[in-house]
Design a protein around this ligand. Structure first.
Ligand SMILES: [Zn+2]
Length: 300
């Protein structure tokens, strides 16, 4: 069986080295495949399909198609239509359903209910992009700004800040820089950005006006203000943690209401809740069965 890699987050590439060493076929968007290579996985081109959004590939008597999901760059939802016309859709991770993540009609919907519990609601999701950009703009007037995020999320935030008119140069650590270079080759735009250790990068640091996007989990230090992006904050869009440290409730996943709207509009007859990547999977399946009247099961 081929393996579809929907995006490069670590919980979605579990066992990828084994997949590669077994010579199993890999299917992913061109950016996802290139990013796997940039992360050092050496995906063999002979057994890999780079499938662009909307392109179809015949597979096992049916057809597979990848559709954009708003999450990190390159993320895909998966449609598989079998020979009898039964449509199974796997959403993978997504946010903004019906806005920048197309809702796909399905017979069977497999969903990653990251915020499956009805308590996981963020009323500010619609305007959190503006909140983040405004905070960065305000803090840039005091000096440099540091933002912490995972692979992919950093590149998503770079695009977002440019779209919102932030023009300060970006600084990136090595791997994040490589990922940005690859993404730029495939058509993404980030404006001015520099490897933090390059001579240009050091020059920018001396200038004192920049946004430094670091890998989450690294040290929180340096001059200026520090923004940690968190998906597990529901009460307020942002708050100060003290001493130039801020927490912004910027998530890459739809909240409970977003998940429910996807399920409803997909018109699915069966919902499969991916327990592996869900919190409150049981509560979510119950809600779908009782309130929406749609059959729901948990897997695995
Ligand atoms: Zn993800």
């Amino acid at each position: 069986m081929p393996r579809v890699v929907t995006h490069i987050h670590s919980d979605h590439i579990v066992g990828i080295s084994r997949t590669i060493s077994l010579g199993q076929t890999i299917i992913g968007t061109p950016l996802t495949v290139e990013w796997l290579n940039a992360l050092g996985f050496r995906v063999p081109s002979s057994t890999t399909y780079r499938l662009s959004y909307g392109q179809h590939l015949k597979l096992g008597g049916g057809v597979i198609e990848l559709v954009k999901a708003e999450h990190i760059p390159g993320t895909a939802q998966v449609i598989y239509e079998d020979a009898e016309g039964l449509r199974t859709v796997y959403t993978s991770d997504f946010k903004k359903p019906g806005i920048s993540t197309p809702i796909i009609e399905a017979d069977v919907l497999v969903i990653d209910a990251v915020y499956g519990d009805p308590r996981y609601v963020r009323d500010f999701d619609d305007y959190i992009d503006d909140v983040l950009a405004d905070l960065v703009r305000q803090l840039l007037s005091q000096g440099p700004v540091y933002i912490y995020g995972y692979y992919g999320k950093v590149q998503e935030v770079m695009q977002l800040l440019r779209n919102k008119g932030i023009s300060a140069p970006f600084l990136l650590p090595h791997k994040q820089f490589l990922l940005a270079k690859v993404a730029e080759r495939l058509g993404l735009h980030f404006g001015d950005y520099f490897h933090a250790s390059s001579s240009e990068g050091r020059e920018v640091i001396r200038g004192g006006w920049y946004v430094y996007l670091r890998h989450y989990g690294g040290r929180v230090n340096g001059p200026g203000n520090h923004l940690v992006l968190s998906g597990w904050e529901f009460s307020r869009p942002f708050r100060m943690l003290g001493n130039r440290r801020w927490l912004v409730a910027f998530s890459d996943h739809a909240d409970f209401n977003g998940l429910i709207s996807y399920v409803k509009e997909s018109k699915a007859r069966l919902v499969v809740v991916n327990r592996f990547r869900s919190s409150g999977a049981g509560a979510f399946a119950n809600y779908v069965r009782r309130k929406l009247g749609i059959d729901a099961v948990l897997l695995p």
